[in-house]
Design a protein around this ligand. Structure first.
Ligand code: 13P
Ligand code: SF4
Length: 346
């Protein structure tokens, strides 16, 4: 059993009755290829109670593509990449948004919807990229490069967004950089995403040395080994991977773009070079495709569990609030990104 999907002691619910399992069967069908029935009996009472309480609270649950399968297929109203979560969060009419993702995603939702209550089930769900840079770092960079616009990956804190001209995600980074109509930009904080963007545009990028602790572990050699074992394998990689990995890939794109990439490839065997829960989540919709699953889990994403989501809805915790001044400045950068939208391969 994956420890990340094992319900913890708090709050405790009884194991499912046969009646409850029968009522929940249509939900289980969505994930039965990746969640054993014996585990489902532990999860089902949480899913049932979360879905009930979600209605009572007029809440929506947003889940990133890296969430574990029981969260992803069991309780989410919207599932997607960072850009999709931001777009959905900006237009939902619900009173409460529960973010099954990491802290910067909840903060982005709070920035875009200050009138809504935004909850994250575990406050420790952070991100190594967001940790790599502060608002003070950006102010220094702007002093060093006066007049050069700052493009900031959404995997950053509200303070950093507030110092930025525009945000981007991996689904629109090239389009965002080019939308500014300048020769040079400061691009932060992911060095590898920046190197990939630089390979796709004539705009010069000043980079920062931030890395994702999950994607930086992949190597080009790993991909060559997959190809040695099966020369026909289709390799999709997230642009947070190092350059030697991306050079070996057939397809590079955001997590949602990778899902479209699997479909468009028509391949019978694929490997997604990214967080490994995603292969479980996506494979459910492609029963004819064989997914090779490298197992690099994001420890932050995997902090979100069903018991924590239930507790979050019960106690309305943990509320993510951004102070009004920071929020106002950060919102300009995020909304400017939303106007650019998704790139052609995003
Ligand atoms: P996406 O925007 O592609 O979903 O990526 C978010 C992320 O955190 C990747 O590690
Ligand atoms: Fe951050 Fe990497 Fe986890 Fe994505 S996978 S949330 S970039 S640490």
């Amino acid at each position: 059993m994956n420890p990340a999907t094992t319900p913890s002691a708090v709050p405790d619910l009884p194991i499912a009755t046969p009646e409850l399992l029968a009522a929940m069967a249509p939900i289980y069908e969505r994930m039965e290829r990746v969640v054993p029935a014996v585990e489902w009996a532990l999860h089902a009472p949480y899913v049932a109670e979360i879905l009930r309480l979600k209605e009572e609270r007029n809440a929506v649950i947003l889940a990133h593509n890296y969430q574990n399968p029981v969260v992803f297929h069991g309780i989410a109203d919207y599932k997607g990449d960072s850009l999709g979560l931001a777009q959905f969060g900006a237009k939902t009419e619900a009173d409460v948004i529960v973010m099954c993702g990491v802290h910067f995603m909840a903060e982005t939702a709070a920035i875009l919807s200050p009138e809504k209550m935004v909850l994250i089930p575990d406050l420790e769900a952070g991100c190594s990229l967001a940790e790599s840079i502060t608002g003070a770092d950006i102010r220094l960079l702007k002093e060093r490069h006066p007049g050069v616009p700052v493009v900031t990956y959404v995997n950053t804190s509200a303070d950093v967004k507030a110092e930025s001209d525009i945000c981007c995600t991996s689904a629109n980074a090239v389009e965002v950089v080019e939308s500014l109509g300048v020769d040079k930009v400061i691009f932060l904080p992911d060095e590898y995403l920046g190197q990939w963007v630089a390979s796709q545009t004539d705009v010069q990028l000043i980079l920062w040395k931030g890395h994702c602790e999950v994607h930086e572990r992949f190597t080009g050699e790993e991909i060559r080994n997959y190809r040695k074992q099966d020369p026909g394998i289709y390799v999709l990689a997230h642009p947070e991977c190092p350059q030697d990995v991306l050079a070996e890939a057939d397809f590079v794109g955001s997590t949602s773009a990778m899902i479209q990439g699997v479909e468009a490839s028509g391949a019978s065997r694929v490997v997604m070079i990214t967080e490994c829960s995603m292969s479980d989540n996506v494979s459910v919709n492609f029963p004819e495709v064989d997914f090779v699953r490298p197992c690099n889990l994001c420890p932050h994403m995997q902090r979100i569990t069903l018991p924590k989501v239930l507790r979050s809805l019960q106690r309305l915790e943990h509320q993510v609030v951004v102070d009004a001044e920071t929020s106002e400045r950060a919102r300009r950068a995020v909304e400017r990104m939303l106007e650019v939208g998704r790139g052609p391969r995003g």
